[in-house]
Design a protein around this ligand. Structure first.
Ligand code: DOR
Length: 427
């Protein structure tokens, strides 16, 4: 079906001339034309985007889809529907599934299921080590041939520094990008939340900022030694972001991401022991939240990623120390970015949208994340005037646990279009 998106305000990273009030004509899944006052031909569906923004389809670098193995928490069908509702048209899933995504056949399984039951594009990160066991490297060449471009043992750090060094060295040859889950387990083990005043007050065991920062420092140094690219997942502390900033100033090809919960919330949210606030890395302190915001603003942090980590209700509804880590993040991310980063902290929308499109696309080695004639018609229409309250029972994700329940946000995805198909529309 042909589509005409009229009167929208394009925020289009990577294409400075194709920004502002422009119409888009979509034909056969591609953008046929971008211009002023385009006319709808016969049988063309028109979407009126007056007073709304049009973004390239959002890209999420860090999603736990749980399939195979934990479909009771999420599956590819439900996860991609949730992503479409959140404005995403490409998501990258993490390999801590059961079995882990550590070989070609599991990669192909995910791809086939995504083709059959997914409503948007799914790509996958594969493990760094077989079985995520931290002992033996995966078959990188085979995974590269199968289309994989990033590797991570996300959920756990590769503790053996020698193995991590080799992983970085070999990965650079293909090239594959290593995504580091930076957490020294010896310091974080048994912890429930950020270590600080609040954890002491609540009597919960803390995870110190140093657990992340030591790991970030190690992995930056190893990437330098291996002359490799590195991406740092879910950074949460002032110290980590400063380490990344310094590494980038020295010219190292290292990137980083932060999540909406880390640029919005502090560990004060944990008062009341609500397990929806339990996440790894944990919610930190005010200065860390501000460091995340400043990192996005000055470009040190080039990507916003959800770390969407759905769990079943019965798992989260336990006492704090027994509940699993993870927040359902896909359906609130872009509204949080708009409300917190743009409206509150005045970060330009172009910077925010680049961090949700072209920048993560580059890390995934995908040529997407921008709107251009003859390019794929994957785009997100966002109504900045709509105020709404987060209602987890309305989530399309099976994971309903969010610390943002009941919070009023400004701005909401009104339509998501993937390859010319309307995959979500707000009603
Ligand atoms: O909160 C988290 N949940 N952090 C992680 O690193 C893993 C994730 C999960 O898989 O549940």
């Amino acid at each position: 079906m042909n589509l005409l998106i009229k009167n929208g305000d394009l925020v289009n990273p990577g294409k400075p001339k194709l920004n502002g009030k422009l119409d888009l004509l979509v034909k056969q899944g591609k953008i046929a034309k971008i211009g002023e006052n385009l006319k709808a031909g016969k049988g063309c569906q028109v979407i009126d985007a007056t007073r709304q923004y049009v973004f390239p389809g959002l890209v999420d670098l860090h999603v736990h889809l749980r399939e195979p193995g934990h479909e009771y928490k999420e599956d590819i069908a439900s996860g991609t529907k949730a992503a479409a509702r959140g404005g995403f048209t490409t998501i990258n899933c993490m390999p801590n599934t059961e079995p882990p995504i550590d070989n070609r056949s599991v990669v192909e399984f995910v791809r086939e299921v995504a083709k059959a039951s997914g409503v948007i594009r799914v790509v996958t990160t594969a493990c760094i080590t077989k079985g995520r066991a931290g002992k033996e490297l995966v078959e990188m060449a085979d995974l590269y041939e199968a289309g994989v471009r990033t590797l991570s043992d996300d959920g756990d750090m590769v503790e053996d520094a020698h193995l991590m060094r080799r992983a970085l060295e070999y990965a650079g040859m293909f090239p594959l990008t290593i995504i580091s889950h930076a957490e020294v387990a010896g310091l974080s083990r048994g912890g429930d939340m950020n270590e600080g005043f609040v954890s002491t007050k609540l009597g919960l065991k803390g995870i110190p900022a140093a657990a992340e920062e030591i790991a970030v420092a190690r992995d930056i140094r190893l990437a330098e030694l291996a002359k490799a690219r590195l991406h740092l997942a879910h950074l949460s502390t002032t110290g980590s972001i400063e380490l990344l900033r310094t590494a980038q100033k020295r010219g190292l090809p290292i990137t980083g991401e932060v999540t909406p919960h880390h640029f919005t919330l502090t560990d004060e949210e944990t008062v009341g022991y609500d397990t929806s606030t339990k996440v790894n890395p944990p919610l930190r302190e005010r200065q860390d939240v501000l460091a995340c915001v400043r990192g996005i603003e000055d470009g040190t942090i080039s990507c916003i990623a959800t770390d969407h980590a759905p769990h079943a209700g019965f798992e989260k509804e336990r006492e704090y120390s027994r509940a699993p880590f993870g927040i359902s993040g896909l359906e609130t991310a872009v509204s949080l970015a708009f409300t917190e980063l743009h409206l509150k902290h005045k970060i330009p929308l172009a910077t925010i949208i680049a961090a949700l499109t072209i920048n993560p696309a580059r890390i995934l080695a995908l040529d997407i994340g921008t709107l251009a004639e003859n390019g794929p018609a994957s785009l997100t229409i966002f109504d900045p005037n709509l105020k709404w309250r987060v209602e987890p029972s309305a989530f399309l994700s099976k994971g309903k646990s969010t610390p943002f329940a009941g919070r009023e946000l400004t701005g909401r995805v009104s339509s998501t279009i993937y390859n010319g198909r309307l995959v979500y529309q707000f009603d």
